[in-house]
Design a binder for this molecule. Structure first.
Ligand SMILES: [Zn+2]
Length: 333
């Protein structure tokens, strides 16, 4: 008898009405054993937004947000799906090393995480965008390409042996400051990481830099009293308080001395912390990070954040070396 249903992907954004995605339901019994061929009944919370057929094929029917349900016996699971809302388009300039092909899906997962969380962000499409980063041989954000329309955010991905283990940041901004075009770069050795934990964390981390953490026009940490750099955005501070930081006496939200990450000695292994524990830890993308993006102009659904609470003070956390990560320069459009 079915005891659990797991759906993959865990969330999804369909850019245009008519687009489709296939969901898979994995049904297990109370001993965690896979039930092969278990009967699954699919449904949608709003058929005006998404329709789902009896095989888990989901079609965008209209603009909005909905949930797709899969039910087997008495157990059900749902995943959020957004349609025709804030879009993040990935443009791969270089191929992912073939032996690490499974890592490519983590880029798509990371983009979907942010597309669902930032879905309500309304930005106009910008036609005839040029100066899109080319990658190898160009400066960080240099290069040009055929003019193209950018609907939400275009993220160029390059894979190159270079100065950085991984890096990310915006290249062209919209009026008002939100990113229009950004770039992430990864060294081939970055792909040696476990795709499901370390690598997904790394991609989300760099994508959050593209979105504005450490890089945005609204990223304005205050220095505070000596060595107490902090990001004062009111929504991020409220999320910090809600995560257990209400009694924290120094400046909120605490930022690392590099000025572009959260301070690991307070925040632990949050995805945007400058230092984190040993590899293999899945770092949550907290409501603090999402709300910092809201402070910078995105419209955010903080309920899409990963579960996160502040750790007890961890003196060792600051000592962990994080990857040789860097933030790209940017320019205004
Ligand atoms: Zn970083």
């Amino acid at each position: 008898m079915a005891a659990s249903v797991m759906l993959s992907p865990a969330r999804w954004s369909l850019p245009e009405v008519g687009d489709t995605v296939r969901f898979l339901a994995t049904v297990r019994d109370s001993n965690e054993r896979l039930i092969d061929g278990a009967r699954v009944v699919w449904s949608s919370s709003d058929s005006g937004v998404v329709r789902v057929d009896s095989h888990g094929l989901v079609t965008a029917a209209g603009r909005g947000r909905a949930k797709v349900f899969a039910k087997s016996g008495a157990v059900a699971q749902s995943v959020p799906v957004v349609t025709a809302m804030f879009n993040i388009e990935l443009l791969f300039r270089d191929s992912v090393p073939p032996e690490h092909r499974e890592h490519q899906a983590r880029f798509v997962d990371a983009a979907n995480f942010f597309m669902v969380a930032l879905a309500e962000t309304e930005v106009p499409p910008i036609p005839d965008v040029t100066r899109i980063p080319l990658g190898i041989g160009s400066s960080w954000c240099g290069g040009t390409t055929e003019a193209r329309t950018v609907h939400g955010l275009l993220v160029v991905v390059t894979v190159e042996e270079g100065r950085y283990f991984a890096a990310g940041g915006p290249c062209i901004r919209r009026d008002g400051g939100l990113p229009l075009v950004g770039r992430m770069t990864f060294s081939p050795s970055a792909f040696e990481r476990d795709p499901d934990a370390d690598f997904e964390r790394l991609v989300r981390h760099e994508m959050a830099h593209v979105l504005g953490i450490g890089t945005g026009r609204g990223w304005n940490p205050l220095s505070g009293s000596p060595h107490d750099t902090h990001f004062p955005g009111s929504l991020a501070v409220a999320a910090f308080d809600a995560a257990g930081g209400s009694g924290y006496a120094d400046g909120k939200v605490p930022v690392a001395n590099d000025n572009v990450h959260w301070r690991a000695s307070v925040m632990g292994c949050e995805v945007m912390s400058a230092g984190c524990g040993p590899q293999g830890i899945v770092s949550p993308t907290s409501a603090i990070t999402l709300q910092a993006l809201a402070d910078m102009g995105f419209t955010v659904d903080p309920s899409m954040a990963d579960p996160y609470t502040l750790p007890e003070a961890d003196a060792d956390a600051a000592a962990y070396a994080f990857e040789d990560d860097a933030v790209l320069p940017d320019r205004d459009r």
